[in-house]
Ligand binder design. Structure first.
Ligand SMILES: [Fe+2]
Ligand SMILES: [Fe+2]
Length: 273
């Protein structure tokens, strides 16, 4: 795997510097560079506030991934402002929505707004890009809550609790279907909620069940992937790995400050069981 990013044990400042170095490195002709960030939380008066963040992305990456919470209050107007801010980005952009984008029950209109501006929005489906002679498959889903490992919430007791858990399992099933359809050289997983515990460390323990779900990691470890990115854990940790060793990055803007650039190299193997 590419070693552009340091483990989360280093201090935040060192991490930022490494990110900048990674971004500035001259990619060889065979390296595919994936920029990723989430939790932009665009607001209606954000004109010219978000644009500078992406000023160099055309030079630094081949694909831009947006890991949800594109808006603050979940309005199509915020999504429209966001698209205006990204109008100089010429590389392919692929997004999933986040919980904030659902706040006004207008997530479908938000998705249509993004798609009108040539941003591919994934919700349990995938997209395939051909870059530098290789195919990159991106499977995306928002995901949901539920908690991790042996402390994951079980569907037992009240109907309300069962429907909470089933919502999480449905998202995991959607991801599995999306991954099943991918037959590409590289496989990238794009989520809003975390699939593992490692990248929510730093958040209050009481919040962990609402930051992600282990259900999401099962298809990832079973079917394999090169890299996973998510957001939503604003005060979590930047990096973790699944049980089979697939790297997972929390690209919440509050965690990484600037988009991550991850390099897929020609000898990268698809992780998984
Ligand atoms: Fe967020
Ligand atoms: Fe979120």
């Amino acid at each position: 795997m590419s070693a552009n990013l340091v483990a989360h044990k280093v201090g935040k400042r060192a991490y930022d510097i490494m990110l900048l170095n990674a971004s500035a490195s001259k990619a060889s002709s065979s390296v595919i560079r994936i920029a990723a960030i989430g939790d932009i939380h665009c607001w209606e008066t954000a004109v010219n506030h978000i644009r500078p963040l992406f000023a160099s992305v055309n030079l630094e990456a081949d694909i831009l991934l947006l890991a949800g919470d594109i808006t603050t209050a979940g309005t199509p107007r915020e999504a429209e402002v966001f698209c205006h801010e990204l109008s100089d980005v010429k590389i392919p952009i692929v997004a999933v929505l986040g919980n904030h984008d659902c706040e006004e029950n207008q997530e479908e209109e938000i998705a249509r707004t993004l798609q009108r501006h040539n941003i591919t929005v994934l919700d349990g489906d995938s997209t395939k890009l051909e870059i530098k002679g290789k195919t990159v498959g991106i499977a995306g889903v928002k995901g949901f809550c539920g908690g991790f490992d042996k402390y994951a919430v079980e569907p037992f007791g009240e109907l309300a609790l069962k429907s909470f858990v089933y919502a999480s399992l449905r998202e995991a099933n959607k991801l599995e279907l999306a991954m099943n359809s991918l037959d590409t050289d590289y496989r990238v997983i794009l989520l809003h909620y975390s699939p593992i515990r490692d990248t929510v460390v730093g958040e209050s323990l009481e919040l962990w069940p609402f930051l992600g779900s282990s259900a999401l990691v099962r298809p990832i470890d079973t079917l394999g992937a090169n890299v996973v990115v998510h957001a939503h854990a604003h005060y979590g940790s930047p990096r973790g790995t699944t049980k089979t060793g697939i790297p997972v990055f929390n690209v919440a803007r509050t965690v990484i400050h600037r988009y991550l650039v991850y390099e897929l190299e020609s000898d990268d193997r698809l992780g998984g069981q």
